[in-house]
Design a protein around this ligand. Structure first.
Ligand code: ADP
Ligand code: MG
Length: 275
């Protein structure tokens, strides 16, 4: 994994005026994202928060190369998702990005063990990449999950299965991990174990982590959190700064006297005023 870590500098994900529109089976349009501007630096750990239907999963699908934006640009690891070929998108999905989607542990091979599941997750990788990665047992060891290596999935708890799903997701050595509510079905202890794993891959492998969560405690364990409301970035908090995206009808968080200096869609950053 060391070669992959070496290139993890700069911007991991950039969104420029991203709009996402779905057309429903009934033929009408649903605007899921309404002009999102966002930079996530390589090596960051970010929580995406927001009410149900606000666009969080849509954003992850764009980051993962599962969707192309209806308008605007999504750049992942230097690749413009709106322009790259289908082949390049396929390579992103199998190697550049690791996805731990909702219900991921249900998609594991139920009769196999952790090692077989990791090997199965790696099946689409080119042989040369596969050879450069640590073995499944070594990976489990490095993730502190050696004790799970020999056990069939059928004997595991929900939290243990979710940890295997995590190991399978990161087993490609991808630089960007996208996790959609990875702790939502878990007990307190299992949730904390999952958070520890997220921090571990970030620290050990330099993996950029973007996590969707409804749990304020999970969000507060992440160094940066971004709230999405109705397809727009509502607010951001990071290291004593506040961020906001200027809205069509004025500004989010922006003092009145500054509002007319920034066009709609501008990402602004200003120091938090101490209470
Ligand atoms: P969240 O993950 O924050 O709950 P989503 O990104 O799943 O939000 O959804 C954002 C909006 O887009 C919602 O209004 C949702 O109903 C709509 N949406 C999501 N996926 C589709 C789809 N495949 N077809 C039509 N509408 C969709
Ligand atoms: Mg969702």
């Amino acid at each position: 994994m060391s070669t992959a870590v070496a290139r993890r500098t700069g911007v991991a994900v950039r969104c420029v005026n991203v709009v996402q529109i779905y057309t429903t089976a009934g033929g009408h349009d649903v605007v899921a994202l309404r002009g999102v501007n966002l930079d996530i630096r390589a090596g960051e750990q970010v929580a995406l928060l927001g009410p149900s239907g606000s666009g969080k999963s849509t954003l992850l699908s764009l980051f993962g190369g599962v969707l192309r934006p209806s308008a605007g640009k999504v750049i992942v690891d230097g690749h413009d998702v709106s322009r790259v070929s289908e082949g390049e998108l396929g390579r992103m999905r199998s190697g550049t990005v690791a996805s731990l989607l909702q219900g991921a542990s249900r998609n594991l091979l139920p009769y196999a063990g952790a090692v077989e599941n990791i090997e199965f997750a790696r099946r689409a990788l080119p042989t040369a990449v596969r050879r450069s990665l640590p073995s499944a047992v070594e990976l489990l060891d490095r993730l502190g999950m050696r004790d799970l290596a020999g056990r069939p999935l059928g004997t595991m708890s929900g939290g243990e299965k979710q940890r295997i799903a995590f190991a399978a997701a990161v087993s490609s050595g991808a630089g960007l991990l996208l996790a959609d509510e990875p702790t939502s079905q878990l007990s307190h202890d299992d949730r904390d174990a999952m958070l520890a794993l997220l921090h571990l891959v970030n620290r050990e492998f330099g993996t950029t982590v973007v996590l969707v969560t409804h749990d304020p405690e999970v969000a507060s364990a992440m160094p940066r959190s971004i709230t999405i409301r109705n397809g727009r970035i509502g607010s951001e908090g990071r290291h004593g700064f506040d961020f906001g995206v200027v809205d069509e009808d004025g500004a989010v968080h922006l003092p009145d006297d500054l509002a007319d200096r920034f066009p709609a869609g501008t990402l602004v950053q200003f120091e938090q005023t101490p209470d």
